[in-house]
Design a protein around this ligand. Structure first.
Ligand code: DSN
Length: 425
């Protein structure tokens, strides 16, 4: 690369990733194949439209690569249709809302501090300005069980047109069957935002919402799915011509969604990213990916137990998926931002996060969120989780002791750099 400034920053970032341990549950390391597709000549091409129905010439290869990504996504998740064009998770969710709702109509989603995501109606977002969000939450903070009775009462009262199951900081499995019963009662479309757990569903270790009558699933492709930064929308129903208007029926959701993504919300698809999604979907269909997902869960269980033994109060006292939320304020007497900075200092990267009904503000919340997908990709196993919990405890207990933090930082670096990045292979 001629640009020395950018080359230097890329090299520095690779070093940072190699020498540290990545605990942010929404991050992962992609394979050399995904990186190669992302850096391919598909980035040069405009392809507005869909395979076989484009507004530009020269689509012989783009049509094939997008169709391959679609077919692989459908097979992985048992969907009737996949739209692989959304540039990221937020526009994917936005597209589904606009495909099915008129402004002012109601969506029922998870309380944000209980685990719901910003795109599930945080005040100030475009969706919250256009649509009416009502919320369900956790009934028992010690187990994480949702309050399905309150959810049912609220649904009967507010008649949401979409019931949204999904989260970005909730460590337990949802009872999709209960969502289905409530949605049937009020005639709502059932949507799952499975951005965090898509890989674990594809890998067959967590339940698939499509097995419980869900109509639509949105997901990013770069978290547990280990693909490029991007998203997709999976749906059930009849696949029609996306260039023609169709009646607003549940059966027509695939076409309504296609038309909302393009030309409704986006212009040209990012074909290099779609090529990389196709590679990631292929990788996720391999037996080794199932093994990876089993190990993600085993590592999460081991890390949650080791953390609790080391004095960390975990929200819901454990995890069913890859993710944990720790109440740092209760455990150590300072907030999640201080913990994030202290752990960053020794090469452990995670993010500050609100806890349910957090008395502190989102910028300096009480908790941190962490998970095992990236660690597992690096090759770490249960026994290493005990080391990580010990490093975390020691760093937080000695947060003002520079010499101790230096020592821990060296230990983490020496340990981490002995595990290759998958793109080395
Ligand atoms: N920012 C992502 C996460 O970390 O959960 C979701 O948008």
């Amino acid at each position: 690369m001629d640009d020395k400034a950018v080359a230097k920053l890329i090299a520095q970032e690779e070093k940072r990733q190699r020498n540290g341990l990545e605990l942010i549950p929404s991050e992962n390391y992609v394979s050399r194949g995904v990186l190669d597709a992302l850096g391919s000549v598909f980035t040069n091409k405009y392809s507005e439209g869909y395979p076989g129905r484009r507004y530009y010439g020269g689509q012989i290869n783009t049509d094939q690569i997008e169709q391959l990504a679609i077919d692989r996504a459908k097979a992985l998740f048992k969907a009737d249709h996949a739209n692989v064009q959304p540039h990221s998770g937020a526009p994917a969710n936005e597209a589904v809302y606009h495909a099915w709702l008129e402004p002012g109509e109601t969506i029922m989603g998870m309380e944000l501090s209980h685990g719901g995501h910003l795109t599930h109606g945080r005040p100030g977002t475009i969706s919250a300005k256009l649509f009416n969000f009502v919320r369900y939450g956790i009934k028992d903070i010690e187990t994480g069980e949702l309050d399905y009775n309150v959810m049912q009462e609220l649904a009967l009262k507010t008649k949401p047109k979409i019931i949204l199951a999904g989260f970005s900081s909730y460590p337990r499995e949802l009872d999709y069957g209960k969502f289905q019963t409530i949605a049937d009662e009020v005639g709502a479309v059932l949507m799952a935002d499975m951005a965090h757990i898509a890989g674990l569903i594809a890998g067959g270790v967590l339940a698939n919402p499509f097995d419980y009558g869900f109509h639509v699933i949105t997901t990013t492709t770069h978290k547990t799915l280990r693909g490029p930064r991007g998203a997709m929308i999976l749906s059930k129903g009849r696949v029609g011509n996306p260039l023609k208007e169709v009646e607003k029926t549940v059966e027509n959701l695939p076409t309504l969604i296609d038309r909302t993504v393009f030309p409704g919300l986006q212009g040209g698809p990012h074909m290099h990213s779609i090529a990389a999604k196709a590679v990631a979907f292929y990788e996720a269909s391999q037996p080794s990916f199932h093994e990876y997902c089993l190990q993600v869960l085993a590592n999460a269980k081991a890390l949650s137990e080791a953390l609790m033994k080391s004095g960390f109060k975990l929200i819901t006292n454990g995890t069913d998926n890859h993710m944990m939320v720790a109440d740092i304020q209760t455990s150590f007497g300072f907030d999640g931002q201080v913990a994030e900075k202290t752990l960053d200092r020794i090469g452990l990267t995670l993010n500050k996060n609100v806890i349910p009904d957090d008395p502190l503000p989102p910028y300096r919340p009480s908790g941190v969120r962490l998970g095992t997908p990236a660690l597992t990709t690096r090759g770490l196993r249960e026994e290493h989780m005990i080391l990580i919990a010990q490093w975390m405890q020691q760093a937080l207990m000695s947060k003002d002791d520079e010499a101790k933090l230096d020592k821990l930082s060296k230990e983490v670096k020496q340990f981490a750099s002995s595990f290759p990045l998958p793109s080395d292979l």
